[in-house]
Design a protein around this ligand. Structure first.
Ligand SMILES: [Zn+2]
Length: 208
């Protein structure tokens, strides 16, 4: 992975907060390596042996975490790839979460710890507490929520509208035909679509 200055700086801040993670250097890069404890309301749930490495577009995409202790099977159904990296979220959702930048600490707090807490829950009960889907199903689920509809014809309309450069008056009726004002209906959807970017959206919709 390419040298990422922002990542290098952020891992320096992260180790102050997570004392069991240490900065490790190989000839290519610096990364975090160590133990992450998972607590829920101060109740200790378990620990995972991990490495967190910089990604190409960090901080506008998540860093990459590898679970190297072998506690989680490297299988798609467990949201872990066979190179030990974790499947934390689908791409489009990740872009939205990172649109104003992400730090390693924030990522650990808001993505990684909930991910591992969910894995611990599954170990105990056999299923995830929040089963978030991934792959095609996850992408479909994400866009159904984003477009606020299961109607694929309306998805096309949303994408066309978001990227048409037509300035729709906020107080006009929404293009989706709901009868609501645009500002109370699909304005927010359009804003998110623009953040995700046309290329990513068209790629995603193509495989559905
Ligand atoms: Zn609408």
């Amino acid at each position: 992975m390419a040298y990422n200055l922002k990542f290098e700086k952020d891992i320096g801040d992260t180790i102050k907060k997570y004392p069991f993670l240490k900065i490790t250097r190989d000839d290519k890069e610096s990364y975090l390596k160590g133990i992450l404890d998972i607590n829920d309301n101060k109740k200790y749930l378990g620990s995972y042996s991990i490495e967190i490495k910089g990604s190409r577009k960090y901080p506008y995409e998540f860093p990459i975490t590898y679970e190297v202790g072998g506690d989680i099977p490297a299988e798609p159904d467990f949201h872990k790839y066979n190179d030990n990296s974790l499947c934390i979220d689908i791409r489009a959702s990740e872009i939205l979460k990172c649109h104003s930048g992400m730090t390693v600490s924030t990522y650990i707090e808001t993505e990684l710890i909930p991910y591992f807490a969910n894995q611990i829950y599954r170990k105990l009960t056999g299923h995830y507490v929040n089963e978030y889907k991934h792959g095609r199903d996850g992408i479909r689920q994400f866009y159904c929520r984003l477009f606020s509809t299961n109607d694929i014809r309306l998805w096309k309309k949303c994408v066309q509208h978001a990227f048409s450069h037509i300035d729709k008056e906020r107080n006009e009726l929404c293009y989706c035909g709901s009868g609501l004002k645009y500002k109370k209906c699909h304005l927010l959807t359009d804003e998110k679509l623009i953040l995700i970017g046309k290329e990513q959206i068209l790629n995603d919709l193509l495989i559905l």
